[in-house]
Design a binder for this molecule. Structure first.
Ligand SMILES: Cc1cc2nc3c(=O)[nH]c(=O)nc-3n(C[C@H](O)[C@H](O)[C@H](O)COP(=O)(O)O)c2cc1C
Length: 380
């Protein structure tokens, strides 16, 4: 893994090692993918100020996210079907995050269940909740997350209805995969992936299968999504979830200052400025371009995090400079996972940590908690 120097290197390895349908499930946005591209492009447009002859010794990236100490301002985003990028993917990513002292957030749509990940880790992970019409199922999920001692609940606000991803439809994506000649061929070209997958029992939606009926693949998942994801979810429901949960609550998927104000009114602990990695409203602005107006609107009332398009430590630094307390990554850790399992996720996190540390020093700072917009070069 040491020869992978960038997240892009890990992405190319994952492309070779993960069956096409699952690699493309990660590497896709909705419709024209314009928002997916904008997330990365808008980070590239921001420039940093190079400073010289300042003390660069004894640097620290340590900070706190919703009151929890972390080794750097980074967290692993909840991603569905992570256990299809690599067998037991959720366990491997959670272990890598635990070892590096940053939060891992398990998706409602994970392959490994809450209980399976809890049994395989030693520190609390976080849990992401999608709200379904079946409130009894939601209450049970919340109870299961509590029983597993999850450290925070991340409530996703921006996927009550699915944005269309053409690649998934063209690939006939499902979990577990179908056994048509095309799918068998895709898997046969990835023997390492197949071997690992044969060794695990975790191959379906662990939080759902056995808890609701008839959800086995993406078609039935989209049918279930259309039927079960609650399209009437409202700000009032956030209060209900907050009360049921009773712990740290993070609202994910805020992109508009007006929504940010409503989110702050709920009394939640943090928001994640996010467009779901460009997988929902195609044509929405990038997360990093949305961040400043949201910081202006509610930065003094609620902790602000961001995700979408972060591919390097420099990107994390830019997000922190613009007022984000924490930066979350989805695809970068998925590419690491596909490239090399737990070691690949560790490599992805090491790459980002090293880039963040050195870039902060080259901007003339030693403590991530002192980073602010002064490190950005605004000159024309
Ligand atoms: C393959 C994949 C699956 C995802 N599944 C979920 C999910 O189950 N729940 C959720 O809240 N967000 C989900 N997301 C969105 C991520 O949590 C996050 O917002 C996004 O990946 C951030 O963008 P990035 O991938 O550019 O870092 C998913 C993203 C990807 C790429």
């Amino acid at each position: 893994m040491q020869s992978a120097l960038t997240i892009a290197d890990l992405k190319e390895r994952a492309r070779r090692r993960v069956p096409k349908m699952f690699f493309e499930y990660a590497d896709s946005g909705s419709w024209t993918e314009s928002t997916y591209r904008a997330n990365e492009e808008d980070f590239a447009r921001l420039k940093l100020r190079q400073r010289v002859l300042v003390d660069m010794s004894d640097r620290s990236l340590k900070t706190e996210l919703v009151g929890q100490s972390v080794s750097m301002p980074l967290a692993l985003s909840p991603t569905g079907l992570t256990g299809m990028q690599h067998a037991d993917g959720e366990i491997l990513a959670a272990r890598a995050a635990e070892a590096l002292g940053i939060p891992f957030c398990l998706s409602t749509m994970s392959i490994c269940s809450i209980e399976t990940v809890a049994a395989a880790t030693t520190k609390p992970f976080w849990f992401q909740l999608y709200v379904m019409r079946d409130r009894a199922f939601i209450e049970r999920l919340i109870e299961r997350a509590k029983a597993a001692r999850c450290g925070a609940l991340v409530l996703t606000l921006d996927l009550q209805i699915l944005g269309q991803r053409h690649k998934d439809l063209r690939n006939g994506l499902s979990a577990p995969p179908k056994f048509t000649p095309r799918h068998i061929w895709q898997m046969a070209t990835c023997p390492g992936w197949c071997l690992n997958m044969l060794r695990t029992k975790n191959r379906a939606f662990g939080n759902i299968v056995g808890h609701v009926t008839n959800v086995t693949n993406v078609s039935s998942l989209s049918a279930w999504t259309a039927e079960q994801f609650d399209t009437r979810l409202s700000w009032a429901d956030v209060a209900w979830i907050k009360e049921k949960w009773g712990g740290k609550l993070i609202l994910k998927g805020v992109l508009d200052p007006e929504d940010a104000r409503k989110a702050a009114d709920t009394g939640a602990d943090a928001i994640i400025v996010s467009n779901h990695g460009g997988r929902q409203l195609d044509g929405a602005r990038s997360s990093i371009s949305a961040l400043p107006a949201i910081v202006d609107a509610v930065g003094d009332r609620i902790e602000i995090h961001i995700d979408g398009g972060i591919r390097s430590g420099q990107d994390v630094l830019k997000a922190v400079a613009l007022g984000a307390k924490g930066a979350w990554i989805g695809r970068p850790f998925l590419y690491g996972l596909g490239a090399g399992g737990e070691a690949g996720v560790t490599r992805a996190l090491d790459i980002i940590r090293h880039e963040l540390d050195i870039s902060m020093a080259l901007c003339g700072l030693r403590d991530i908690r002192n980073v602010n917009a002064d490190i950005l070069d605004r000159a024309p």
